[in-house]
Ligand binder design. Structure first.
Ligand code: NAP
Length: 455
């Protein structure tokens, strides 16, 4: 075959995962000018990953990215295969047989572990469970959260902690018009929580909230945000960190913590209490969480590398609910190298490597590539980088059949895959269900309910 003929042949790419990084990779492939055909495999019948099941229901603007993804999905060279689990219904090895390249975009959906005594007590949950529950993710539909206690503790000071804190703190009326799952709204409506302690292991200069999210926490109706003045005093290293112009987010955060430290105590209002330099040491309680004990930390190390180091001081906070929000990790896939320490797939600019050696036809993007950092848009540049390398390596010379080979395999295994047109039917049914309640949609929270729409 001449080089010219070969370039006319289709390049079949399988993308595993339908969140932002997967869709931005699809967009880059479709815009590349190469003759590509994309099969996007997704574990759930529903697309969009964390934009659907991670972004908080009271942040609808962040979900506008969905319109872009839906446009990509309508391209004639794009195929959505929902309700198909890579590693179970089809192996990565099989996808390598059917496609020229396999691009993993399955995110980081496991929690970083926090092993402390009492960790098994009821009332201790990861933020992942809580977020999945209020966002109607089928994996978390049956979880229960007891909000009948007066105090909750959120461990970690990133934007996920901000989200869960806001959902706990916001008046019910401010959530009822959102796409929050009905089962969660009912429980939140009865919540007795008055105090939410949001606890960081390092200082106020190290909180990872973006200033916008922190400001929002300070501005919730009928809620006051507090910080302890003595915990807002900075050491010399932290002061030096703030002088770095690139660290302006921390400067803004500090200004807000300073203002929170001046807030007067109010009665009858919910309170958010930001606490610093405390690491969880043990959960305390007879049959369920009644308190959490912390060890006080001092900061050690040079600017920008300060670490929390335990002192002999301790503090106990009474609470009936603990939400751990300390970050995520990727999950290993059979046949793909995995860096268990970082929770990512080892790669060089998106090319998956085994030691130093790039593995032919295997790529990664998004949180599984770089770790759980950045906002939705961060994934666009990340996916463009991976796709550039994928296309540089790819050769249409090798004959691959893509979906023509994949679909018979799925059918033989009786996998009920869901096309994009079918997802649009589920989508329309969800929007319809929301209408009476004044909500943008009422999500289906069980997979069989979603599939029933397609009967
Ligand atoms: P994150 O920003 O990395 O925050 C994790 C927090 O957990 C940090 O405060 C970290 O403290 C703490 N932590 C880690 N290990 C700990 C331990 N063993 N004990 C106590 N604390 C510990 O992660 P995230 O909040 O999960 O967010 C993930 C990404 O999604 C971020 O990039 C975030 O901005 C993004 N996101 C964005 C939005 C939005 O734009 N609205 C919403 C949600 C999430 P150290 O700093 O000391 O490690």
């Amino acid at each position: 075959m001449s080089g010219k003929d070969a370039s006319r042949q289709k390049l079949h790419i399988a993308i595993v995962g339908s969140g932002p990084s997967g869709f931005y990779a699809a967009e880059a492939l479709l815009r590349s000018g190469r003759n590509v055909s994309i099969d996007m495999i997704e574990r759930l019948p529903t697309p969009y990953g964390l934009v659907r099941s991670g972004v908080a229901p009271d942040h609808p603007k962040l979900k506008q990215a969905i319109a872009v993804y839906a446009g990509i999905a309508r391209d004639e060279n794009f195929n959505f295969l929902g309700n198909v689990t890579a590693g179970r219904d089809i192996s990565v090895g099989e996808l390598q047989q059917t496609h020229h390249a396999v691009l993993l975009a399955c995110g980081a959906h496991e929690d970083r572990t926090l092993t402390i005594p009492g960790g098994g007590l009821p009332g201790n949950h990861s933020a992942t469970e809580f977020v999945g529950w209020y966002n109607g993710h089928p994996d978390f539909r049956e979880r229960t959260f007891d909000l009948s206690h007066e105090a909750a503790v959120v461990i970690g000071q990133g934007n996920v902690a901000a989200d869960v804190c806001r959902i706990l703190a916001k008046p019910f009326d401010e959530l009822r018009d959102s796409d929050i799952a009905e089962h969660a709204l009912e429980v939140l409506a009865e919540s007795k929580i008055q105090e939410i302690h949001v606890v960081g292991r390092r200082g106020p200069a190290h909180a990872k909230f973006t200033a916008k999210e922190l400001r929002e926490l300070g501005g919730i109706a009928d809620v006051t945000a507090h910080a302890k003045p003595e915990e807002c005093v900075l050491n010399e290293e932290s002061r030096l960190e703030l002088e770095d112009r690139a660290n302006f987010n921390a400067v803004k955060n500090l200004e807000m913590f300073g203002a929170f430290a001046k807030q007067v105590e109010t009665r009858g209002q919910r309170r958010i209490r930001f606490r610093f330099c405390l690491s969880p040491a043990a959960l305390v309680g007879r049959d369920r969480v009644e308190a959490i004990s912390f060890v006080r930390n001092r900061l050690e190390g040079p600017p920008f590398s300060q670490k929390a180091s335990a002192t002999d001081q301790t503090e106990t906070i009474s609470c009936g609910l603990v939400l751990r929000s300390i970050g995520y990790r990727g999950v290993p896939l059979d046949g793909v190298p995995f860096d268990g320490l970082r929770g990512v797939v080892p790669n060089v600019a998106g090319r998956i490597v085994d030691g130093e050696k790039p593995l032919r036809g295997l790529y990664v993007t998004g949180w599984l590539k770089r770790g759980p950092t950045g906002i939705i848009g961060t994934n666009r540049a990340d996916s463009i980088e991976t796709v550039e390398n994928l296309l540089a390596d790819a050769s249409e010379q090798e004959a691959k059949s893509g979906a023509d080979a994949l679909l018979p395999l799925l059918e033989a295994r009786r996998v009920r895959w869901v096309s994009f047109a079918e997802w649009l039917k589920i989508d329309a049914a969800e929007i319809e269900r929301g209408k009476d309640k004044g909500k943008p949609r009422e999500k289906f929270t069980r997979i069989d309910e979603m599939l029933n729409v397609l009967e």
